[in-house]
Ligand binder design. Structure first.
Ligand code: CMC
Length: 436
């Protein structure tokens, strides 16, 4: 970290001695004030629920400029990666810091495709679930369960183990997600085909049956690949921070990624794509575009508890660049499938138009996020709504692993152990039960 010439001085109004705090400069983005010695020198903690002003680590992987609406993976703008690279190149970039040349790409793709099958026992593990279990419940179990199958890659402190675990997770996630889907509809599992692209293989495992040949539609394959790229990493969001915190205890990589899957499930995070599509379907059932005004009034009423799902972001206060790319993909997919007049797409565009002009949203800087259009694309491809977040998890796995790897390699890494402001009862004595 590069120290700045400027120092922060913390002073107290009660006459306690002031303290100089070092400042470090990022390559881009806000500087940070180093408060690590604060407690030792002052006996005080900082207080920042939700990490509104706290950098939990230093990282070289992903950078978001929320005011400009910019997202960079290892310095490359998401727009360029989404249009000029495929998902596995993006994975290579996130893991290794540089885009691969052709030979490096071939070698990486070959490694990943050689690990796409899962241990045959996995299907018996899967069989323990109810057929109507939520795919994220199943996926949390399956990913955590991987540590029971791949003992030779569970030592998080061994760089070689972490490398193998990374390849295994990236390669096997599509297989596991597709298995969870096939199980839920009672169809036979489709084994991976290594001559297909990562996205093409996933579509085939999802939609083929043993009864006939399946050829992935190239437009849908490209759309799927773009969904994967756009969701691959997003700096220190809730699930990534969960993976880092979980991994900081030294647990195995599969367990840490399973924790990330569990965190992603929530509707304020990855579960928003499912919640967004459910919201669009509800408005459609209420009467569609004609009911948008009524729905927006509910959203703006603080007592209603209704939020416009797929809108707003902790960091983006201008526009989520992924939403623009997703809307483009949405147009392509709907045109390819002859669904240009899809009522949910029309509804989404109407909601977006109203929200972008409405004072409530403008003042709070609320814009569509990636999930606003990704659900419509996935639904058009034929992916059932409850599986949306599982696909997000599949795509985010590489980001989680890259961040975990970065953390373990950081000489300043320690087990994560936040402190608290205690506001509960002071020490007291237990009374016998009859006198309580
Ligand atoms: N609909 C209506 N009002 C909203 C929304 C929304 N979607 N999002 C934020 N607000 C309001 C909120 O009520 C608050 O108003 P006020 O200042 O009057 O109290 C203000 O905007 C700030 O909201 P916040 O909850 O303090 O903002 P946050 O940064 O803590 O939350 C968020 C960010 C993403 C959780 C939130 O915008 C949200 O719940 N959005 C809907 C869920 C969603 O789409 N999540 C996907 C995020 S992108 C995918 C991912 O990376 O996981």
């Amino acid at each position: 970290m590069t120290p700045s010439d400027v120092k922060a001085t913390l002073s107290f109004s009660d006459g306690s001695p002031s303290m100089d705090l070092p400042i470090y400069k990022g390559s881009i983005g806000p500087d940070v004030i180093d408060i690590r010695k604060l407690y030792a020198q002052t006996g005080k903690f900082t207080y920042d629920p939700g990490f509104l002003s706290t950098a939990s680590c230093n990282s070289k992987i992903t950078y978001i400029d929320g005011d400009k609406g910019e997202l960079l993976y290892r310095g490359y703008p998401i727009e360029q990666l989404a249009t000029q690279c495929d998902f596995l190149e993006t994975c290579y970039l996130l893991l290794n810091g540089e885009l691969p040349n052709q030979a490096e790409k071939d070698e990486f793709v070959n490694r990943v495709t050689k690990h796409t099958m899962v241990n045959e026992q996995m299907q018996f593990f899967l069989r323990g679930f109810r057929r109507d279990a939520h795919p994220m419940a199943v996926l949390t179990g399956l990913v955590g369960g991987m540590s029971a199958f791949y003992h030779d890659s569970t030592d998080i402190n061994n760089a070689e183990h972490r490398k193998i675990a990374a390849i295994r997770l990236i390669a096997k996630m599509p297989t596991l997600v597709a298995m969870a889907y096939k199980y839920s509809i009672g169809q036979p599992y489709i084994y991976p085909r290594n001559d297909l692209s990562y996205a093409g293989n996933f579509l085939r495992m999802m939609f083929a049956t043993p009864c006939e040949e399946y050829k992935p539609n190239p437009v849908l394959e490209r759309a799927m690949d773009r969904i994967f790229i756009l969701h691959a990493d997003h700096e220190q969001n809730a699930s990534t921070s969960t993976v880092r915190l979980c991994g900081s205890s030294g647990t195995n990589p599969f367990a840490a990624i399973a924790a990330g899957v569990a965190c992603l499930w929530g509707p304020a995070h990855g579960g928003a794509n499912e919640a967004c599509l459910n919201m669009l379907e509800e408005i459609q059932a209420m009467g569609g575009v004609s009911k948008v005004g009524e729905f927006m009034n509910q959203v703006k009423d603080k007592n209603s508890g209704v939020r416009l799902m797929g809108f707003g972001h902790r960091v983006y206060k201008n526009y989520d660049p992924r939403a623009k790319l997703m809307q483009e993909t949405c147009n392509e997919v709907l045109a390819e499938l002859g669904l240009e007049n899809d009522p949910l797409f029309a509804l989404a565009k109407k909601l977006e138009q109203i929200a972008l002009e409405d004072d409530y949203f403008v003042q709070r800087k609320l814009y569509p996020n990636v999930d606003f259009y990704s659900g419509i694309v996935q639904r058009a491809i034929g992916i059932p709504v409850p599986l949306f977040t599982a696909i997000f998890a599949l795509a985010r796995t590489v980001g989680w692993i890259a961040q975990l790897d970065e953390m373990i390699g950081d000489p300043e890494y320690k087990i994560g152990r936040p402190r608290q402001l205690f506001v509960g009862a002071e020490k007291r004595d237990v009374k016998p039960i009859g006198s309580r």
